[in-house]
Design a binder for this molecule. Structure first.
Ligand SMILES: Cc1cc2nc3c(=O)[nH]c(=O)nc-3n(C[C@H](O)[C@H](O)[C@H](O)COP(=O)(O)O)c2cc1C
Length: 431
């Protein structure tokens, strides 16, 4: 029988009974319909859920993930509706983020015999979380892909899926029920007390939004995880946030694959080296530099796009950055800094993988010219490679200086082609 947690008129969850997914397999999480901002960075128009699961086997019970600390009472009430604490043999933590480990210390106190199962990347983090001492040592089992724990007639098998979205992330597969406890993978912030995907409202937007903000920086790790998950028989995906995916669960794997190869460049690869030049300019000086850089880079075989940040919006620019092989940012120095739209774009790039992408900075200045160095520092901070030394030109560029800009563009294009790593090219020598 399925018990659905009811909601009161103000939308808050009231009932605290477990939801049966299958006999001996229950959702024992918590609903948080009032939440509007998650982890500072994510908006949610109808809250979220913290999903925790209980698996009963012939030889013991496993609890998979817990909930945020404020929701511990709901979690324990739901757990108690289907199991006793002394039956719990295994606690699995698919990653150690606080919204899934908030109730862990209290669960460990109530079920001291239960053995923690965490990924091989998690021990240091677990110690930082639980602060063990000589008096209270920490015991756990670190598990890797293929390791299993038996609950008698049911088996949990682990899949190492790091960086989705914490370094210690793993997924746990309940073999006999073809059920994947996927942690935050395939999750979303969507609170619907009906819990199952075919019964909930349309959450496709929330699913894609969650991916875009949480998983997108880790696309290569998503693809690695899919290689482990796709061959599995799959009847249910049980993530830690949002609906339980039991109706055609494979659609969500397909969607992750699409989203992880969603840019044109990722699908077919850039046919020629691509450089995107973003700039701002009040009197046209930095703009003239940008145009000459384009000319030089094109002469060296790059396909160049030139964008004045004044005329665009951040989101499409972020997509452009993701597809480009190299980026150049041009800013005049204004009051000892680069201009705000440059920083706005640079501060919006954390959602994509930038490691190893090429970057360069240029700009006109009047007397101190700090902007170029500041942009370079930021790009290095984002783990981009900066292979060509930044180019500053005092006030209005002369013909000779515009020729320098062309050399700069040519050097940047050459760096894309040669794949130079980290070496600073003196563009003036490339003539
Ligand atoms: C309000 C204002 C503040 C400026 N502050 C600086 C500064 O702190 N350091 C500097 O080197 N140049 C400064 N400049 C000079 C500009 O960087 C210079 O005029 C540059 O050539 C403008 O390039 P653009 O035409 O691409 O905007 C300032 C200019 C303005 C209008």
């Amino acid at each position: 029988m399925t018990h659905l947690p009811s909601t009161s008129r103000n939308g808050m969850a009231e009932a605290t009974e477990a939801v049966e997914i299958r006999p001996g397999l229950h959702w024992i999480g918590a609903l948080d319909p009032g939440l509007r901002t998650f982890d500072i960075i994510l908006r949610t128009a109808n809250g979220t859920t913290y999903n925790s699961y209980l698996v009963r086997g012939s030889d013991g019970v496993a609890v998979i993930d817990t909930v945020k600390a404020e929701f511990a009472d709901d979690f324990f009430a739901r757990l108690e509706s289907v199991a006793r604490y002394d039956e719990i043999k295994v606690i699995v933590l698919n990653h150690l983020e606080p919204d899934h480990t908030g109730a862990l210390p209290e669960l460990m106190r109530r079920a001291p015999q239960a053995r923690l199962h965490i990924s091989t990347r998690a021990p240091a983090m677990l110690k930082a979380l639980l602060k063990p001492s000589e008096e209270h040592p920490l015991e756990y089992q670190a598990v890797d892909t293929g390791d299993e724990v038996s609950l008698g007639d049911r088996t949990l098998r682990f899949l190492h899926t790091p960086f989705l979205h914490w370094p210690d992330t793993q997924c746990t597969y309940l073999v006999e029920e073809a059920t994947l406890f996927s942690g935050d993978v395939f999750g979303c912030h969507h609170c619907d007390s009906r819990m199952f995907n075919e019964q909930c409202g349309d959450f496709r937007f929330a699913f894609d939004y969650y991916y875009a903000h949480i998983m997108r920086p880790f696309k290569t790790h998503v693809m690695d995880a899919l290689k482990l998950i796709e061959p599995l028989p799959l009847q249910i995906i049980a993530p830690t946030h949002g609906p339980i995916l039991r109706d055609r669960p494979r659609r969500y794997l397909t969607r992750y694959r699409e989203l992880s190869t969603s840019t044109f460049a990722e699908r077919i690869g850039n046919e020629e080296p691509t450089l995107v030049v973003f700039y701002m300019s009040s009197y046209g000086n930095t703009a003239r530099m940008a145009e000459s850089i384009r000319t030089g880079a094109e002469e060296a075989g790059a396909r160049v796009s030139l964008y004045d940040l004044e005329g665009g919006e951040i989101q499409p620019f972020v997509d452009l950055v993701e597809s480009a092989d190299a980026l150049a940012f041009g800013s005049p120095t204004i009051n000892g800094d680069a201009v705000k739209p440059i920083w706005d774009l640079l501060s919006s790039l954390a959602v994509i993988e930038l490691k190893g992408k090429l970057g360069a900075a240029f700009g006109s200045y009047g007397w101190t010219g700090e902007a170029v160095r500041m942009i370079e520092d930021r790009m290095r901070g984002l783990k981009m490679r900066v292979p060509v030394a930044g180019l500053r030109i005092k006030l209005i560029p002369t013909d000779e200086e515009l020729a320098e800009c062309r050399d700069f563009g040519r050097a940047l294009a050459s760096a894309i082609v040669s794949g130079e790593k980290g070496r600073v090219i003196d563009f003036a020598d490339l003539g």
